[in-house]
Design a protein around this ligand. Structure first.
Ligand SMILES: NC(=O)c1ccc[n+]([C@@H]2O[C@H](COP(=O)([O-])OP(=O)(O)OC[C@H]3O[C@@H](n4cnc5c(N)ncnc54)[C@H](OP(=O)(O)O)[C@@H]3O)[C@@H](O)[C@H]2O)c1
Length: 265
């Protein structure tokens, strides 16, 4: 596993497991103990924090080795509600600290919600804090009003929408870009994409692995979701080959610069 440095001195694994709609405790345990995932990405919205909490308790891997992310969302809008949400997430996950907590979307109350995260960071309940789905202007606006620069902005990013302009701005101020739906959630027939298949043949890798490796080559953290043991293995088996500049240029041609999920820049 490779790691990126966060702006608070902590390290984040570059590949994690996203568990939206993945509610099988045993699969999560296998992903951690047998496949080697360390970063697990959930959210209050996904309704599976308790499932993840049980998996963390039952797995053989030590808690300190894990990097657990969750997110506050719509019902938690506001300062007091976010404070409550942090306590709820800690309880659901059965943890005394969360590695990374994000504001799920740029809500109107985002700044006061972020203040609640900053206070929990100070108290050690959260180790790192950040945001999700913030575009460039929303990010720059938050920077003007916060005390702690977000460690992470988790946004839609995949070969069809690589968001290099946003990433440049994030990196300038010290925020790591984390890609959600790094396999485009299977959209645009990604797994049969000829460019990805052709490059994959050279390295004996699948189209999915090439798509994920491309994001790693851009210094993004990725959180692909899979419930299948073979695909879970594939999605983390990305460190024994390198894409050439020529491969990277070919993959770049797939970028359409438009969200596949209706988000806007
Ligand atoms: N912050 C946000 O607003 C936000 C929004 C969306 C998602 N997320 C996060 O991002 C995570 C991942 O996003 P996602 O679940 O939408 O999409 P994804 O990871 O891009 O794609 C998952 C889909 O691809 C399939 N798949 C996975 N690995 C594969 C492989 N190697 N070969 C072929 N098919 C493969 C999965 O099926 P199988 O399970 O059958 O393998 C599933 O249908 C979520 O779980 C969540 O944690 C965050």
């Amino acid at each position: 596993m490779k790691y990126l440095n966060l702006n608070n001195g902590l390290k984040i694994p570059m590949v994690g497991l996203g568990i939206y709609q993945l509610n099988d405790e045993d699969v999560i345990i296998k992903a951690i103990d047998e496949v080697g995932y360390r970063l697990i990405d959930t959210a209050r919205m996904y309704g599976n924090e308790k499932i993840l909490g049980r998996a963390i308790k039952r797995c053989k891997t030590k808690r300190e080795e894990l990097f657990i992310t969750t997110k506050v969302y719509t019902p938690d809008r506001g300062y007091e509600r976010t404070k409550f949400a942090i306590e709820e997430s800690l309880k659901n996950l059965g943890l005394d600290y969360i590695d990374l907590m994000l504001i799920h979307e740029p809500y109107r109350e985002g700044k006061e919600m972020y203040k609640a995260l900053e206070e929990a960071l100070e108290k050690g309940k959260l180790k790192s804090i950040g945001i999700s789905n913030y575009n460039k202007n929303q990010y720059l606006d938050l920077l003007e009003h916060c005390n702690v620069v977000p460690a992470v902005n988790q946004v839609e990013a995949h070969v069809f929408y690589t968001r290099q302009e946003l990433q440049k701005v994030l990196e300038k101020y010290g925020t790591v870009m984390e890609a959600w739906s790094p396999l485009a959630s299977g959209k645009n027939n990604i797994f049969n994409n000829e460019v990805l298949l052709e490059i994959g043949e050279k390295y004996n890798k699948s189209s999915a692995q090439i798509a994920l490796k491309y994001l790693l080559s851009k210094n993004m953290v990725i959180i692909p979701k899979s419930e299948n043991i073979e695909r879970l293995k594939q999605n983390i088996d990305l460190f024994d080959f390198e894409l050439t500049n020529e491969d990277i240029e070919k993959i770049k041609t797939l970028d359409r610069g438009i969200s596949l999920f209706g988000w806007y820049d």
